[in-house]
Design a protein around this ligand. Structure first.
Ligand code: PSV
Ligand code: MN
Length: 424
Protein backbone atom coordinates (compact mmCIF):
# COMPACT_ATOMS: atom_id res chain seq x y z
CA UNK A 1 0.00 0.00 0.00
CA UNK A 2 1.32 3.41 -0.97
CA UNK A 3 -0.08 6.92 -0.82
CA UNK A 4 0.57 8.27 -4.29
CA UNK A 5 2.48 11.52 -4.72
CA UNK A 6 -0.43 13.28 -6.39
CA UNK A 7 -2.63 12.53 -3.36
CA UNK A 8 -0.04 14.10 -1.05
CA UNK A 9 0.17 17.11 -3.36
CA UNK A 10 -3.61 17.49 -3.46
CA UNK A 11 -3.76 17.33 0.32
CA UNK A 12 -1.01 19.96 0.60
CA UNK A 13 -2.69 22.29 -1.91
CA UNK A 14 -5.89 22.22 0.09
CA UNK A 15 -4.02 23.22 3.25
CA UNK A 16 -1.45 25.58 1.80
CA UNK A 17 -3.07 28.96 2.51
CA UNK A 18 -3.74 28.06 6.11
CA UNK A 19 -0.22 26.63 6.52
CA UNK A 20 1.50 29.67 4.99
CA UNK A 21 -0.33 32.01 7.35
CA UNK A 22 0.76 30.00 10.40
CA UNK A 23 4.30 29.50 9.13
CA UNK A 24 4.85 33.20 8.37
CA UNK A 25 3.63 34.10 11.84
CA UNK A 26 6.11 31.87 13.68
CA UNK A 27 8.97 32.27 11.19
CA UNK A 28 8.99 36.04 11.71
CA UNK A 29 10.44 35.51 15.19
CA UNK A 30 13.00 32.83 14.29
CA UNK A 31 16.31 34.52 13.35
CA UNK A 32 17.87 31.56 11.52
CA UNK A 33 14.71 30.01 10.16
CA UNK A 34 16.28 28.52 7.02
CA UNK A 35 18.91 26.66 9.06
CA UNK A 36 16.25 25.42 11.46
CA UNK A 37 14.14 24.08 8.58
CA UNK A 38 17.15 22.37 7.03
CA UNK A 39 18.04 20.72 10.34
CA UNK A 40 14.46 19.52 10.68
CA UNK A 41 14.55 18.10 7.17
CA UNK A 42 17.79 16.24 7.85
CA UNK A 43 16.60 14.75 11.12
CA UNK A 44 15.33 11.19 10.59
CA UNK A 45 13.95 8.82 13.19
CA UNK A 46 14.25 5.04 12.85
CA UNK A 47 11.05 3.05 13.17
CA UNK A 48 11.29 -0.24 15.06
CA UNK A 49 10.05 -3.24 13.09
CA UNK A 50 8.43 -4.59 16.24
CA UNK A 51 6.20 -1.55 16.70
CA UNK A 52 4.33 -1.91 13.42
CA UNK A 53 1.83 -4.32 14.89
CA UNK A 54 -0.19 -4.38 18.08
CA UNK A 55 1.96 -5.00 21.14
CA UNK A 56 -0.37 -5.96 23.94
CA UNK A 57 0.34 -6.63 27.57
CA UNK A 58 0.71 -9.89 29.44
CA UNK A 59 -3.05 -9.76 29.98
CA UNK A 60 -4.11 -9.63 26.39
CA UNK A 61 -3.65 -8.39 22.88
CA UNK A 62 -6.26 -6.74 20.69
CA UNK A 63 -5.20 -6.78 17.08
CA UNK A 64 -6.30 -3.90 14.89
CA UNK A 65 -6.02 -5.81 11.63
CA UNK A 66 -3.88 -5.43 8.52
CA UNK A 67 -0.64 -5.88 10.46
CA UNK A 68 2.51 -6.66 8.47
CA UNK A 69 3.09 -10.39 8.12
CA UNK A 70 6.68 -10.34 6.91
CA UNK A 71 9.81 -8.24 6.87
CA UNK A 72 8.81 -7.05 3.38
CA UNK A 73 5.47 -5.77 4.66
CA UNK A 74 7.17 -4.12 7.63
CA UNK A 75 9.44 -2.25 5.23
CA UNK A 76 6.40 -1.25 3.17
CA UNK A 77 4.71 0.16 6.27
CA UNK A 78 7.76 2.19 7.26
CA UNK A 79 8.03 3.35 3.64
CA UNK A 80 4.44 4.51 3.84
CA UNK A 81 5.07 6.46 7.04
CA UNK A 82 8.16 7.99 5.48
CA UNK A 83 6.29 9.05 2.36
CA UNK A 84 3.81 10.91 4.58
CA UNK A 85 6.22 12.62 6.98
CA UNK A 86 9.63 12.39 5.26
CA UNK A 87 11.08 11.87 8.72
CA UNK A 88 11.13 8.13 9.24
CA UNK A 89 13.81 7.21 6.73
CA UNK A 90 15.18 4.21 8.62
CA UNK A 91 14.06 0.93 10.11
CA UNK A 92 15.49 -0.91 13.09
CA UNK A 93 15.25 -4.70 12.86
CA UNK A 94 15.04 -7.30 15.60
CA UNK A 95 16.59 -10.73 15.07
CA UNK A 96 15.27 -13.47 14.95
CA UNK A 97 11.90 -11.80 14.37
CA UNK A 98 13.14 -10.22 11.15
CA UNK A 99 15.66 -12.63 9.66
CA UNK A 100 16.03 -11.63 6.01
CA UNK A 101 16.02 -14.67 3.72
CA UNK A 102 17.40 -12.70 0.82
CA UNK A 103 19.34 -9.76 2.22
CA UNK A 104 20.01 -8.21 -1.18
CA UNK A 105 16.32 -8.19 -2.10
CA UNK A 106 15.41 -6.69 1.28
CA UNK A 107 18.06 -4.03 0.88
CA UNK A 108 16.74 -3.15 -2.56
CA UNK A 109 13.17 -2.97 -1.29
CA UNK A 110 14.21 -0.65 1.53
CA UNK A 111 16.14 1.56 -0.90
CA UNK A 112 13.04 1.81 -3.11
CA UNK A 113 11.23 3.30 -0.12
CA UNK A 114 14.15 5.62 0.69
CA UNK A 115 14.98 3.68 3.85
CA UNK A 116 18.23 2.63 5.44
CA UNK A 117 18.81 0.12 8.23
CA UNK A 118 19.47 1.60 11.63
CA UNK A 119 20.75 -0.43 14.59
CA UNK A 120 20.13 -4.18 14.55
CA UNK A 121 18.74 -5.67 17.76
CA UNK A 122 19.59 -9.04 19.21
CA UNK A 123 17.22 -11.10 21.31
CA UNK A 124 18.41 -13.26 24.17
CA UNK A 125 15.34 -12.51 26.27
CA UNK A 126 13.18 -15.23 24.71
CA UNK A 127 13.77 -18.88 23.92
CA UNK A 128 13.26 -19.75 20.26
CA UNK A 129 11.78 -23.05 19.12
CA UNK A 130 14.99 -24.50 17.69
CA UNK A 131 17.22 -23.23 20.49
CA UNK A 132 19.41 -25.65 22.43
CA UNK A 133 19.84 -23.81 25.75
CA UNK A 134 17.32 -21.74 27.70
CA UNK A 135 17.71 -18.10 28.72
CA UNK A 136 15.47 -18.54 31.73
CA UNK A 137 18.35 -17.62 34.05
CA UNK A 138 20.00 -15.12 31.78
CA UNK A 139 22.16 -15.12 28.69
CA UNK A 140 25.56 -13.43 28.87
CA UNK A 141 25.50 -13.54 32.68
CA UNK A 142 24.58 -17.24 32.78
CA UNK A 143 26.53 -19.57 35.05
CA UNK A 144 26.68 -22.15 32.24
CA UNK A 145 29.30 -21.42 29.62
CA UNK A 146 27.29 -23.18 26.91
CA UNK A 147 24.41 -20.73 27.37
CA UNK A 148 26.78 -17.78 27.23
CA UNK A 149 28.36 -19.15 24.06
CA UNK A 150 24.96 -19.52 22.42
CA UNK A 151 24.09 -15.90 23.30
CA UNK A 152 27.43 -14.62 21.99
CA UNK A 153 27.00 -16.53 18.73
CA UNK A 154 23.50 -15.13 18.31
CA UNK A 155 24.79 -11.56 18.67
CA UNK A 156 27.56 -12.21 16.16
CA UNK A 157 24.95 -13.61 13.81
CA UNK A 158 22.92 -10.41 14.20
CA UNK A 159 26.00 -8.38 13.24
CA UNK A 160 26.40 -10.54 10.11
CA UNK A 161 22.78 -9.91 9.08
CA UNK A 162 23.34 -6.20 9.69
CA UNK A 163 26.46 -6.12 7.56
CA UNK A 164 24.55 -7.67 4.65
CA UNK A 165 21.87 -5.00 4.96
CA UNK A 166 24.23 -2.05 5.32
CA UNK A 167 23.49 -1.34 8.97
CA UNK A 168 26.37 -0.10 11.11
CA UNK A 169 25.33 -0.73 14.69
CA UNK A 170 23.95 -3.32 17.08
CA UNK A 171 21.89 -2.66 20.17
CA UNK A 172 22.37 -5.22 22.90
CA UNK A 173 19.62 -5.24 25.47
CA UNK A 174 19.93 -7.98 28.07
CA UNK A 175 17.03 -9.04 30.21
CA UNK A 176 19.60 -10.68 32.49
CA UNK A 177 19.33 -10.18 36.21
CA UNK A 178 17.69 -11.78 39.19
CA UNK A 179 14.26 -11.86 40.77
CA UNK A 180 15.28 -12.54 44.36
CA UNK A 181 18.08 -11.59 46.73
CA UNK A 182 20.73 -14.25 46.86
CA UNK A 183 19.91 -15.62 43.41
CA UNK A 184 22.91 -14.04 41.74
CA UNK A 185 26.45 -13.05 42.54
CA UNK A 186 26.43 -9.48 41.17
CA UNK A 187 30.18 -9.29 40.75
CA UNK A 188 30.47 -12.57 38.88
CA UNK A 189 27.39 -11.83 36.75
CA UNK A 190 28.94 -8.51 35.75
CA UNK A 191 32.24 -10.15 34.88
CA UNK A 192 30.67 -12.92 32.78
CA UNK A 193 28.51 -10.36 30.98
CA UNK A 194 31.51 -8.17 30.28
CA UNK A 195 33.44 -11.10 28.86
CA UNK A 196 30.51 -11.99 26.59
CA UNK A 197 30.18 -8.42 25.40
CA UNK A 198 33.91 -8.34 24.73
CA UNK A 199 33.61 -11.31 22.39
CA UNK A 200 30.72 -9.65 20.55
CA UNK A 201 32.64 -6.38 20.44
CA UNK A 202 35.59 -8.18 18.87
CA UNK A 203 33.31 -9.24 16.00
CA UNK A 204 32.26 -5.65 15.17
CA UNK A 205 33.38 -4.38 11.76
CA UNK A 206 35.65 -1.32 11.92
CA UNK A 207 32.89 1.22 11.23
CA UNK A 208 30.35 -0.34 13.60
CA UNK A 209 29.06 0.82 16.96
CA UNK A 210 27.70 -1.25 19.81
CA UNK A 211 24.91 0.25 21.92
CA UNK A 212 24.54 -1.15 25.41
CA UNK A 213 20.95 -0.56 26.51
CA UNK A 214 20.08 -0.48 30.20
CA UNK A 215 16.81 -1.03 32.00
CA UNK A 216 15.92 -0.53 35.66
CA UNK A 217 13.61 -3.51 36.04
CA UNK A 218 11.55 -6.06 34.10
CA UNK A 219 11.65 -8.91 33.40
CA UNK A 220 13.90 -9.27 36.42
CA UNK A 221 12.54 -7.46 39.43
CA UNK A 222 15.29 -7.57 42.02
CA UNK A 223 18.36 -6.77 39.94
CA UNK A 224 19.20 -6.14 36.30
CA UNK A 225 22.72 -6.88 35.16
CA UNK A 226 22.68 -3.74 32.98
CA UNK A 227 20.30 -1.83 35.23
CA UNK A 228 21.17 1.83 34.80
CA UNK A 229 23.30 4.27 32.86
CA UNK A 230 26.19 3.87 35.30
CA UNK A 231 26.42 0.16 34.67
CA UNK A 232 25.99 0.62 30.92
CA UNK A 233 28.71 3.26 30.92
CA UNK A 234 30.97 0.92 32.86
CA UNK A 235 30.57 -1.81 30.25
CA UNK A 236 30.91 0.65 27.36
CA UNK A 237 34.06 2.17 28.84
CA UNK A 238 35.67 -1.20 29.47
CA UNK A 239 34.71 -2.41 25.98
CA UNK A 240 36.31 0.45 24.07
CA UNK A 241 35.67 3.32 21.67
CA UNK A 242 33.06 1.55 19.56
CA UNK A 243 30.78 0.90 22.55
CA UNK A 244 28.19 3.43 23.74
CA UNK A 245 25.27 3.72 26.11
CA UNK A 246 21.76 3.65 24.69
CA UNK A 247 19.04 5.54 26.54
CA UNK A 248 15.53 4.12 26.35
CA UNK A 249 13.35 6.78 27.95
CA UNK A 250 11.11 4.21 29.65
CA UNK A 251 13.96 2.38 31.36
CA UNK A 252 14.38 4.63 34.39
CA UNK A 253 12.94 4.65 37.85
CA UNK A 254 10.14 7.22 38.25
CA UNK A 255 11.20 10.87 38.16
CA UNK A 256 14.78 10.15 37.10
CA UNK A 257 16.41 13.23 35.64
CA UNK A 258 16.97 11.82 32.17
CA UNK A 259 18.12 15.12 30.70
CA UNK A 260 20.99 15.24 33.17
CA UNK A 261 21.94 11.63 32.38
CA UNK A 262 21.96 12.50 28.69
CA UNK A 263 24.07 15.62 29.22
CA UNK A 264 26.74 13.70 31.13
CA UNK A 265 26.88 10.74 28.75
CA UNK A 266 27.21 13.13 25.82
CA UNK A 267 29.97 14.99 27.58
CA UNK A 268 31.86 11.72 28.07
CA UNK A 269 31.48 10.93 24.35
CA UNK A 270 29.60 7.79 25.34
CA UNK A 271 26.02 8.55 24.37
CA UNK A 272 25.15 6.27 21.48
CA UNK A 273 21.49 6.83 20.86
CA UNK A 274 17.91 6.66 21.96
CA UNK A 275 14.85 4.53 22.16
CA UNK A 276 12.08 7.14 22.33
CA UNK A 277 8.77 6.48 24.01
CA UNK A 278 6.82 7.96 26.91
CA UNK A 279 5.61 6.62 30.22
CA UNK A 280 3.67 7.44 33.33
CA UNK A 281 4.89 4.66 35.60
CA UNK A 282 7.44 2.27 34.15
CA UNK A 283 8.40 0.96 30.74
CA UNK A 284 4.95 1.84 29.43
CA UNK A 285 6.14 2.24 25.82
CA UNK A 286 3.53 4.92 25.12
CA UNK A 287 3.47 7.37 22.24
CA UNK A 288 6.44 9.75 22.43
CA UNK A 289 5.46 13.06 23.99
CA UNK A 290 2.02 11.87 25.05
CA UNK A 291 2.61 12.08 28.80
CA UNK A 292 5.54 14.40 29.44
CA UNK A 293 6.42 16.52 26.40
CA UNK A 294 8.28 19.02 28.58
CA UNK A 295 10.76 16.33 29.65
CA UNK A 296 11.28 15.44 25.99
CA UNK A 297 12.01 19.08 25.22
CA UNK A 298 14.47 19.31 28.13
CA UNK A 299 16.25 16.21 26.82
CA UNK A 300 16.51 17.74 23.35
CA UNK A 301 17.71 20.98 24.86
CA UNK A 302 20.65 19.11 26.43
CA UNK A 303 21.22 17.20 23.19
CA UNK A 304 21.36 20.28 21.00
CA UNK A 305 23.55 22.21 23.42
CA UNK A 306 25.84 19.24 24.07
CA UNK A 307 26.13 18.17 20.45
CA UNK A 308 26.89 21.72 19.35
CA UNK A 309 29.56 21.98 22.05
CA UNK A 310 31.21 18.88 20.56
CA UNK A 311 30.61 19.96 16.92
CA UNK A 312 28.49 16.89 16.31
CA UNK A 313 26.08 16.39 13.44
CA UNK A 314 22.58 16.34 14.93
CA UNK A 315 21.19 14.08 12.24
CA UNK A 316 23.85 11.41 12.00
CA UNK A 317 26.11 11.27 15.05
CA UNK A 318 23.62 9.59 17.38
CA UNK A 319 21.09 6.80 16.82
CA UNK A 320 17.53 8.16 16.91
CA UNK A 321 15.07 5.31 17.29
CA UNK A 322 11.57 4.81 18.58
CA UNK A 323 10.81 1.86 20.85
CA UNK A 324 7.10 1.74 21.56
CA UNK A 325 4.21 -0.66 21.90
CA UNK A 326 0.62 -0.02 20.90
CA UNK A 327 -2.30 -1.54 22.70
CA UNK A 328 -5.24 0.70 21.88
CA UNK A 329 -4.12 2.80 18.91
CA UNK A 330 -3.48 1.99 15.29
CA UNK A 331 0.31 1.37 15.37
CA UNK A 332 0.94 3.47 12.28
CA UNK A 333 -1.03 6.42 13.65
CA UNK A 334 0.86 6.10 16.92
CA UNK A 335 4.18 6.14 15.08
CA UNK A 336 3.19 9.22 13.08
CA UNK A 337 2.37 10.96 16.36
CA UNK A 338 5.65 9.81 17.92
CA UNK A 339 7.80 11.08 15.08
CA UNK A 340 5.93 14.38 15.14
CA UNK A 341 6.48 14.73 18.89
CA UNK A 342 10.21 14.11 18.48
CA UNK A 343 10.52 16.70 15.75
CA UNK A 344 8.52 19.24 17.74
CA UNK A 345 10.80 18.80 20.75
CA UNK A 346 13.86 19.06 18.51
CA UNK A 347 12.51 22.22 16.85
CA UNK A 348 11.78 23.80 20.23
CA UNK A 349 15.30 23.00 21.38
CA UNK A 350 16.70 24.64 18.23
CA UNK A 351 14.86 27.82 19.23
CA UNK A 352 16.46 28.13 22.66
CA UNK A 353 18.49 31.31 22.94
CA UNK A 354 21.63 29.54 24.13
CA UNK A 355 23.71 32.67 24.59
CA UNK A 356 21.08 34.33 26.75
CA UNK A 357 20.66 31.10 28.70
CA UNK A 358 24.37 30.92 29.39
CA UNK A 359 24.39 34.53 30.56
CA UNK A 360 21.47 33.82 32.86
CA UNK A 361 23.23 30.74 34.23
CA UNK A 362 26.51 32.60 34.73
CA UNK A 363 24.77 35.33 36.68
CA UNK A 364 22.58 32.95 38.72
CA UNK A 365 19.48 34.50 37.18
CA UNK A 366 17.24 31.52 37.81
CA UNK A 367 13.96 33.13 36.79
CA UNK A 368 15.44 34.38 33.51
CA UNK A 369 16.85 30.92 32.72
CA UNK A 370 13.41 29.41 33.15
CA UNK A 371 11.83 32.14 30.99
CA UNK A 372 14.32 31.43 28.19
CA UNK A 373 13.65 27.70 28.17
CA UNK A 374 9.91 28.10 28.37
CA UNK A 375 9.86 30.78 25.70
CA UNK A 376 11.13 28.11 23.30
CA UNK A 377 8.97 25.34 24.72
CA UNK A 378 5.80 27.42 24.50
CA UNK A 379 6.38 28.46 20.92
CA UNK A 380 4.06 26.62 18.58
CA UNK A 381 6.70 25.14 16.28
CA UNK A 382 4.31 22.86 14.43
CA UNK A 383 4.29 25.10 11.33
CA UNK A 384 8.11 24.88 11.19
CA UNK A 385 7.99 21.09 11.34
CA UNK A 386 5.23 21.07 8.72
CA UNK A 387 7.21 23.39 6.46
CA UNK A 388 10.24 21.08 6.63
CA UNK A 389 7.97 18.19 5.70
CA UNK A 390 6.38 20.14 2.85
CA UNK A 391 9.75 21.08 1.41
CA UNK A 392 10.85 17.44 1.54
CA UNK A 393 7.74 16.25 -0.32
CA UNK A 394 5.75 14.99 2.68
CA UNK A 395 2.24 15.81 3.78
CA UNK A 396 1.34 18.93 5.75
CA UNK A 397 -0.82 16.81 8.06
CA UNK A 398 0.36 13.18 7.85
CA UNK A 399 -2.15 11.76 10.31
CA UNK A 400 -5.12 13.49 8.68
CA UNK A 401 -4.02 12.25 5.28
CA UNK A 402 -3.45 8.72 6.62
CA UNK A 403 -7.07 8.74 7.73
CA UNK A 404 -8.62 10.37 4.67
CA UNK A 405 -6.66 8.04 2.37
CA UNK A 406 -8.14 5.15 4.38
CA UNK A 407 -4.77 3.44 4.71
CA UNK A 408 -5.74 1.04 7.49
CA UNK A 409 -8.89 -0.04 5.68
CA UNK A 410 -6.79 -0.80 2.60
CA UNK A 411 -4.19 -2.71 4.62
CA UNK A 412 -6.94 -4.85 6.17
CA UNK A 413 -8.32 -5.53 2.70
CA UNK A 414 -4.87 -6.52 1.40
CA UNK A 415 -3.63 -8.48 4.40
CA UNK A 416 -6.69 -9.55 6.32
CA UNK A 417 -8.21 -8.76 9.69
CA UNK A 418 -6.37 -11.34 11.74
CA UNK A 419 -2.73 -10.91 10.77
CA UNK A 420 -0.04 -10.89 13.41
CA UNK A 421 3.25 -9.06 13.16
CA UNK A 422 6.13 -11.03 14.59
CA UNK A 423 7.55 -9.75 17.82
CA UNK A 424 6.49 -9.67 21.41
C1 PSV B 1 13.26 -3.89 26.33
O1 PSV B 1 12.23 -3.40 27.13
C2 PSV B 1 13.38 -3.08 25.04
O2 PSV B 1 13.36 -1.72 25.34
C3 PSV B 1 14.61 -3.45 24.26
O3 PSV B 1 15.05 -2.35 23.49
C4 PSV B 1 14.11 -4.52 23.37
O4 PSV B 1 14.94 -4.76 22.28
C5 PSV B 1 12.77 -3.94 22.98
O5 PSV B 1 12.29 -3.36 24.18
C6 PSV B 1 11.79 -4.90 22.38
O6 PSV B 1 11.46 -5.90 23.30
MN1 MN C 1 14.40 -0.27 24.13
Amino acid sequence: MQVEKYIIEGHNNDLLTQHTRKFDFVAADVPNVKTVIQKLRDFQVAIPSWALGTGGTRFGRFSGGGEPRSIEEKIEDVGLLHSLNQSGGAISLHIPWDVPENAQAIKTLAAQHGLRFDAMNSNTFQDQKDQQHSYKFGSLQHVDKAVRKQAIEHNIDVIKHGVELGSDSITVWLSDGSCFPGQLNFRKAFQRTLEGLQEIYAALPANWKMFVEYKAFEPNFYSMTVGDWGQSLLYATKLGPKAYTLVDLGHHLPNANIEQIVALLLNEGKLGGFHFNDSKYGDDDLTVGSINPYQLFLIFNELVEGMDARSMNHASDLGWMIDASHNVKDPLEDLLQSVEAIKIAYAQALLVDTKALQQAQDSNDVARAQEILQQAYRTDVRPLVAEARLQAGGALQPLALYRSAKVREQLIKDRGQKTVATGL
